[in-house]
Design a binder for this molecule. Sequence first.
Ligand code: SF4
Length: 547
Amino acid sequence: MFLPLTLDEAKKRGWNSIDIILVTGDAYIDHPSFGTAVIGRVLEKAGYTVGIIAMPNFMDPSSIEVMGRPNLFFGITSGNIDSMLARFTAFKKIRNDDPYVPGGMGGVKPSNAIITYCNLIKQRFKDVPIVIGGIEASMRRLVHYDFIQNKLRRSILVDSRADILVYGMGESQTVEIANRLSGGQSMEGISGTVTIARNKPLNAFLLPSEKDAMESNEALVTMYKQFYQNFQSKLIVQESGGRYIVHYPPPQISQHQLDSYYEVPYTRKPHPVYTRAIPAYTMIQYSINAHRGCAGGCSFCTLTLHQGKRIVSRSRDSIKQEITAIAAKKTIHITDIGGPSANMYGMECSIGGCNRESCVFPALCKHLKINTREWIDLMDEALTLPNVKKVSVGSGIRYDLFMWSKDCLRELSHFITHFVSGQLKVAPEHIDSTVLRAMRKVPLYPLAEFVKAFNHECKRQAKEYYIVPYLMTCQPGSTDSSVYRMRSEIEAIFGYVPYQCQAFIPLPMTLSSIQYYTGSDPLTGEMFFVEKNAKARRKQHGILMRR
Ligand code: SF4
C-alpha cells in the first residue's frame, strides 16, 4: 500500500491524523531510489503516520494544506536533484524537461524550491516545526556559491527559516528528530544535522564567519579548506548574524542499518494517481542500490559532502531478497547493481577512516581495500536467482580501480561475458593534467590501456560492445586548447568522439564551485584559469560537440 497523498487515503489506512508530512518537488515514486519514499517508509516503520504532498502548486498556498496539520513536523525537500539544476541548463537556459514528474515536462517545481515551500508552510502553519533535507538542503548547508544566480548565498537553513537541516541521505536523522519531537525533547546534537544556536557551543571548530566568507575570497577559501578537512569528525560552527550555525558530524551507519532501509514495503511503483509516465522511474525501476559513499572525492561532485567517502555496502542477502521480490512475478533484466561508482561495492578502509578528502587522490591510499571480486560474486549470485534473465551495470564503473584488483584481466573477461549490455560507461572526464588536478581526479591506470584490454577481450568473445566515455568541458583549468587536445586524444583511444558531453556546472559547496568563484583550490592553494564568459564557455563546449 502506498503512503497517502490525501487525507482520504490516510483514512483508508485507519489513520486519523498524520504525524509527519513530507513535501517534495518530485512525483511520489514508491521506490528505494527516491529519497522521499525512503524517508517516508523508514518513518512508517518506526511507528509514525506519514503523508506526502508531491509537487505542490507553488503559486497556491492552499496546496500545502491538503493533508492538514501534522502532529510533529513538515519535512521539505526539492526532490532528487537541486531545484536550480532542475530548472536551468549549464548555459542558464530554462529547461523544458524534468524527468522526475509525470510526462517529464519542466516548470512543475519552482527555483529555490525548499525556500518557496517553507514560505508556503510559514504562511499557513506558523508554529509547526520544519525539517529541510535532500540534496538541495545538504549542499547548501553553509555559505555557498550559486552558479545560476552568480552569487554567494547564506546557509539555506537561515534563508528558509526552517528549524533544522538534515544533510546526507537522512534516514537515521529524520527518525531521531521524530523521536525527539514526539518526546518533547530538543533537536540539538543529532549527527548529520545543522541547527542554529544563540550561543557558541563549547569545543567547536570555528570557521570564518558568514559575513567574512561572503565578503572576502580569502576567508571563503579558508572556510572551505577548514570545513573539508574537519567536517567528518568535528563539531563545526559558523557565526551568522549574531547567531551560530552548528554543523554536527555525519552519522556512521552500519551495514545492518543500511539493509533495514531497503527492507521496508516499497511498492516500487509511482503512486497510481499519476496517469503519465515518469521518465526517471522508467529508467531506474529495475536497478538496485548496493552501497553508499564514494572514496573518490572528485572536486566537482556532491558525493563527498552528501554521502561521504566511507563506503557502506549492503549485505548480499539483503540485495538478493530485494531482487527475489522484484522477480517474484515476472522475468526481469536487472539494469544495475551499484552505487555512486558501481565497482566500489565492498571496498572499505582497513584502518577505519581518516580525515583525508579522498582515498584515491593524489595517490591511491594503501589502506583502501579494493575488492572487485566481491561485487562480481554478488552479480554472479543475482544471475542465478529465479526469473533473472540478465544483470548489467548501467551506471558505469571506475575503470582505474577495476584494473587495480587482483586478477583484473580475468575479472574483466568475466565481467564482459556476463554483465555488459551493449555499452559500458566510464568517466575519464578530461585528459589534461591541469584540469584533472583541479578535478582532483588523477587516473590510477592508463585509460588507453584499459580500452585496449576491453576491446581485445570483446573481440576474443566476438561481442560488439563499446565503451562510452563521460567527458566534461569548461571545468576550472580547461581551455580551448586543452579541449582540442582532449578531442583528438579521445578519438585516437576510442575511435570516435561521444555525441554527448557535460558542460561544467559548479554545484553548491563543491570544491570546484570555490575554484570557479575564486580561481583557487581551497585545499592546495593552486590557482586555475577559469572560463566564466558565457559565450566563451559555449565556444569551448562546442569544440567537443561539433560534428
Ligand atoms: S586511511 Fe586511506 S582508505 Fe582509509 S579513509 Fe583514509 S584515505 Fe581512505
